[in-house]
Unconditional design. Sequence first.
Lengths: 317, 361
Amino acid sequence: MNTLYFLVQQTMFFSIPLLIVALGGMFSERSGVVNIALEGIMLIGAFASIFTINALQDYMSGQGLLLIAILVSMAAGMIFSLLHAYASINMKADQVISGTALNMFAPAFAIFVARTIQGSKDINFLNTFRIESVPLLGDIPVVGPLLFQNCYITTYIGLIILVISTIVLYRTKFGLRLRACGEHPQAADSVGINVYKMRYAGVLISGAFAGLGGLIFVVPTSTAFSADVSGYGFLALAVLIFGQWKPQRILWAAFFFGFMKTVSAAYSGIPGLKELDISSDIYKMIPYIATLVVLAVSSRNSQAPKAEGIPYDPGER
Amino acid sequence: MKKILVVVLAVILLTAVFTGCASKTYEIAMITDAGEIDDKSFNQGTWEGIVEYAKANDISYKYYKPTEVSTDAYVAAIDLAVTGGAKIVVTPGYLFEPAIFVAQDKYPDVSFILLDGTPHNEDYSEYRIEKNVYSIFYAEQQSGFLAGYAAVKEGYTKLGFMGGMAVPAVIRFGYGFLQGAEYAANEMGVSSVEVKYHYTGDFAATPKNQTTAATWFADGTQVIFAAGGKVGNSVMAAAEAADAKVIGVDVDQSPESKTVITSAKKELAVSVQAGLKSYYDGAFKGGVSETLDITIGAVGLPSDFSRFTTFTQADYDAIYAKLVADTDGIRSGIVKDTDADGNSVDVTALPLSIVKVTVVE
């Protein structure tokens, strides 16, 4: 039982960042803008917020500091994603090229600024954010150890973001308009929706979520940030596609990916699995094989937004 | 108007670049290995040694970062350094072996200090070291031995080893760690020591490495020796959450986390400075390949033992003295990554009886 609790707790460290970043990607893509810059935005978000933690940790600690860092990471992600929005919406640039440019720019920028300011690219931080056990909730049998022990408030923020995203996308005027812009922007325009505004909104939301995802990615897994998020932005893209651009499916996809990643890294300490003697490479392959299978099976009726990746041209019909 | 402006700007930029190049040369050059100059480990240790020596003797210095990890890129970086006026080039890492093999003939008037390697061609069919190359190896197995000895002496019986990529230096750290643990267990009469043994395949801080370490800690592992650059940061993150311990590598990593009880060091800066000094004194050990070990203080643990509870400075001094004196063949008996004929040794072939190694792929 303890092993199960432990596995679930570890899975959260993988899944929550993937979930949030993939949800961000969802908003951008449903508005019609492909955002492969998620990796770069994660990095910038993590960089700005870890830097903030590093600067403030002598004066404060704990959840208050984490909340400030969260706001900083979202703001940084939004500002950085503006570059992508401007290039792909106003300038009608190829969205893949623009995203790639951001991905290449981000690590170089983070290293350069960190070196200029503090002389080293590594930004150390003290992790004072881990919650041993949530009061009251942590004492509930089974559910307590599963969800409310050895955790971070970011886990709950991620789940709240999921709920809000679902409601916004399917139950509000804004969500309907956003989706319309991703399916048929000319039709949306004909009924008076400002396509540019909606697409800007989509990209900015993706920037905020990806930036936050970057912070959540780094905090539990290291003691220093060194301008690297190990390709999790791209993994989030896979989660997004695996989840077919739908919030609930993205949730399952994120947990599936996260769980398999956890098992591949943790099997050496799990009774039952360590005796099986299956190479960790097998576990590492499974999420990707599953993605390929799902894509192969579902590509016929893929749910990708129809106008995704196409710059908006009001003259087109 | 716009066009004229562009042309003018371009000309100004070009002039600035060219005059910038011509005006300054750098005598001591370092080419960085995979990773950054401030990796808190190999590159940084080497670089700090160079900077200190160059500043003290008022010699110009500069480092060059190859565009990628490949022999061609390394040779290109050396070309750049020599064009920039380098008289002596320091290259840390065994990845430079083929590049130096090429460069030693290409630039007979330039001297090279090669750390962790000796020049050979790409397919290992020819080993040759010229008069302008000084190759340095470290006895990492002795440093690892001390770390393993200290861990078991401290009372730990469930240990872990997480190396980065399985490169010779990392393997030597790992093998030494196992044999040091065995030696201490034998000395103390401990009946069994379990060690989990794993190469992560990278030198990065990732959730994967954090999870591996966290799982081991949850499974009862008390201390993990993290010999792989940034891998250590992930292990420290896991140790902080699990209230467990970490042993650092290369340099004293205790400032990075309070969970780091000690570090298996190798004195990069000191040996680089010795090499540079010999060059400027006209006594450059060209054509020599030597292994720096504990007898000259090139490897060891940091002098602060305050994070141990039972292992003391006196214990350390005793085992250190034994290693230096090679009492009962303790030092020469440590098995390295290769045997006397140069064949690689598998971890299962190590002389261990008390220590039970579980290799994790």
